[in-house]
Write a protein that binds this ligand. Sequence first.
Ligand SMILES: Nc1ncnc2c1ncn2[C@@H]1O[C@H](COP(=O)(O)OP(=O)(O)OP(=O)(O)O)[C@@H](O)[C@H]1O
Ligand SMILES: [Mg+2]
Length: 305
Amino acid sequence: MRQTKLVQAKIRTLFNRNIITLLYENCSLCGSLTVRGIAKIGEEIITMTKLQAKNIVKHFDHNGTSVIALGGINLDVQEGDFVCIVGPSGCGKSTFLNIVAGLEKPDSGEILLNGNPISTPGPDRTMVFQEGALFPWLKVIDNVEFGLKMAGIPKDERRQISQRYLDMMQLTKFADSYTYQLSTGMKQRVAIARALAMDPEILLMDEPFAALDSQTRDLLLVELQLIWEKTKKTIIFVTHNISESVILGNRVVVFKNRPSKIKKEITIDYRRPRLMEDENLQKYYHQIVEELKNEVIAQIKDENP
Ligand SMILES: Nc1ncnc2c1ncn2[C@@H]1O[C@H](COP(=O)(O)OP(=O)(O)OP(=O)(O)O)[C@@H](O)[C@H]1O
Ligand SMILES: [Mg+2]
C-alpha cells in the first residue's frame, strides 16, 4: 500500500543553470522518491508521463508456429488519463494489459511507470477482469480488504478504507453478504471496489462490463465516470464495445490486426458524465468504426484463409 506525500525541491539545472522546482512523491514506507512533476516559474505544474510503453513486442508459440501478437506498441499515458483500447479480436489487447500488469513479459521493449522500468506485478497496478475473480468463501467486505490484508495494513485502517469504497460503489448494505448472493453487476462493483481500495497508480480493466446486461452496464458506465472524476485515477480500459470506449475514454486507442501496432489515437474532448443516448457522441463512434473496419476484415481473413 502506498503511503506517500508530495515534497518540493528546488534544483539548479546543469543545462542552463536555471533554478526549477521538482515535485517528488515521498513514500513513507520505503523512503523512495519519485519525481512526479516540474513546477515552472509561476508554479504551474507540468504533469509527468505516468506510463510509457516503448516498442512492446510479444509472440506466442502455437503448435510449433510463432504468432506475433504485439508488433511494437508505443503508448504514453498521462497522470489521470482514461485510455480505452479497442481492436479486432485476438489482436493482443489483453496481452498488452497483462504486460503492463507484469503478468506477462514482452520479448522486447519496456514499460516505464513514473519513469522507472517495471517487469513484475505490483500493488501500483491492479487489474479488473471480465469475471470479477472474487473469493466465494469470503464476505463482500473481506473480498475488498483482501489485498490490504496481504499488504499488512492494520485491521481498523483496512476496514475504514474498504467501507469507503463499498460506499462509493453503493454496496454498503451488502458488506456482510457472500458473493453468491450478489448479481453479476454487483460482483463487478465489488471487484472494482477491491481494485480501488489498493490505491493503485494505474487501474487496468480488461472488458470488465462485457458479461453484464445492457441496463447494468449503462449504470456502471456512469458510475465509473463519477469515480474516475472523484479519484483522478489513471485508467487503461480494454473493450470490444465502441460506444463504451467513447463514453469512458479521454482517448481511444485503436489497435491494428496482428501483429498489432497502434493504428490511431482519437481524443474525445466532451463533457461528462457522458450517456449512451447522447447523439453528439455519434461522430466519435463513426470515426472509430471507420478505423476499425479494415482491421476486423483482416482478422476475419486471417482466421478463415
Ligand atoms: N498464453 C498464450 N499462449 C499462446 N497464445 C496466446 C496466449 N495468450 C494470447 N495468445 C495469442 O495471442 C494473440 C493475442 O491474444 P489476446 O488475448 O491478447 O487478444 P485480445 O485482443 O485480447 O483478444 P479478444 O478481443 O478476443 O479478447 C491471440 O492470437 C492469442 O491466441
Ligand atoms: Mg482479450
